[in-house]
Design a protein around this ligand. Sequence first.
Ligand code: ATP
Length: 208
Amino acid sequence: MSGLKQGELQLHGRGLRCVRGGREVFARLDFAAASGEAVAVVGRNGSGKTSLLRLIAGLLVPAGGTIALEGGESELTLAEQCHYLGHRDALKPALSVQENLAFWADFLGGERLDAVESLATVGLDHAAYLPAGFLSAGQRRRLSLARLLTVRRPVWLLDEPTNALDVAGQEMFGGLMREHLTRGGLIIAATHAPLGIEARELRIGGVA
Ligand SMILES: Nc1ncnc2c1ncn2[C@@H]1O[C@H](COP(=O)(O)OP(=O)(O)OP(=O)(O)O)[C@@H](O)[C@H]1O
């Protein structure tokens, strides 16, 4: 018995060990996050923040330990319930803003929300037909954030999500994160900057 309420999620990692290029990055790492919670993963450069997000997203295999999501959709894997937003925006420069979003919606599958509405929310509705290659760094980040809205997934794994966002963009993103948490989602974000919402700190590798 997990003791979770209906619709409640609990993500946890226990005794995680990460090895990259034959070198141990971290070991004996524990973490937990439940519905409505945000965790800010902090630590010096190279301490393994991105690696931890990639382990949770199923993009890397742990050298030890376990990661599990309790209370999610039983027929879906953890990876299928995660959005992983890397620090480099994964966009196709020759496709328009709207086509990039449609590509991601097709690729990720599941219930799809209105792309026009998602673009308006992140302030990119005026650029829907512009090739993504023409976007500024902050606009590229905003387009990546629109992906979080177009396909709903409960676990957001965000790598330096506020990079390149202006003050208004950071406020908009703070609102999106708060709404996601209110809906019962959870967030794990690797960050060197304040996340802009209340978050529990998970420090990797000692003081930066
Ligand atoms: N593909 C790879 N092959 C080998 N080693 C790697 C690879 N990717 C990352 N590493 C190493 O793993 C370690 C952790 O990297 P990671 O990107 O997870 O750190 P980080 O805490 O996110 O760093 P930063 O704050 O600089 O973004 C670093 O020493 C890095 O060089």
